[in-house]
Ligand binder design. Structure first.
Ligand code: 5GP
Length: 177
């Protein structure tokens, strides 16, 4: 099947959006320490960029976890499996989970419940992209950089069959009929 990538959100716009969300986090976490949890692999670019704009007055630590995702398909299976767990305990920490995109909500509703059981001091969710029109499970998203339409998007960490993660902008995969 042939397809093309159509730009949706430009590189500068992405960076500026992330910077603005970082400002909100800086206000909310002033005087605290912050523990960021990135969901591999999609959130890597976003987490890197976001963390650069967190105030130097807020000590930041980071960890990553990996859960099973779509594979080569663009349709969610609804099955969530922990492929790589956290390296460090989150008990008593102020945690923000950093995700690339919230789509059906299956992944995050499962992940947030699991992390809540480990008793962090607080637990919030920050996503680069949100596709609320596709939600199947309710998820409280605390910080959203961009809301996107029901299209399959790539770039800035998001892949199509493991490609395009390194696009510096966000694009839509458009399939030819
Ligand atoms: P959810 O469990 O919310 O349905 O899906 C979350 C995961 O599905 C994301 O972390 C991402 O890996 C994948 N996903 C959902 N929508 C898209 C999309 O439009 N593009 C890409 N590349 N991945 C998506």
């Amino acid at each position: 099947m042939s397809y093309k990538i159509v730009p949706l959100i430009g590189e500068e716009e992405v960076r500026e959006g992330i910077r603005q969300v970082a400002e909100k986090i800086n206000e909310a976490y002033a005087g605290k320490e912050l523990h960021l949890i990135g969901v591999l692999k999609g959130a890597v670019y976003f987490m890197t960029e976001l963390s650069k704009y967190i105030s130097q007055d807020i000590p930041v630590s980071m960890d990553f976890m990996s859960v099973s995702s779509y594979g080569a398909s663009t349709v969610s299976s609804g099955v969530v499996k922990i492929v790589k767990d956290l390296d460090e305990s989150i008990t008593g920490k102020d945690v923000i989970v950093v995700e690339d995109i919230v789509d059906t909500g299956n992944t995050l509703s499962y992940l947030l419940e699991l992390l809540k059981d480990r008793q962090p001091a607080s637990l919030r969710l920050c996503t680069l992209l949100d596709k609320p029109s596709r939600r199947k499970k309710e998820v409280k998203v605390d910080y959203t950089v961009f809301t996107v339409p029901d299209k399959f998007v790539v770039g800035y960490g998001l892949d199509y069959d493991q490609r395009y993660r390194n696009l510096p902008y966000i694009g839509v995969v458009e399939f030819d009929d």
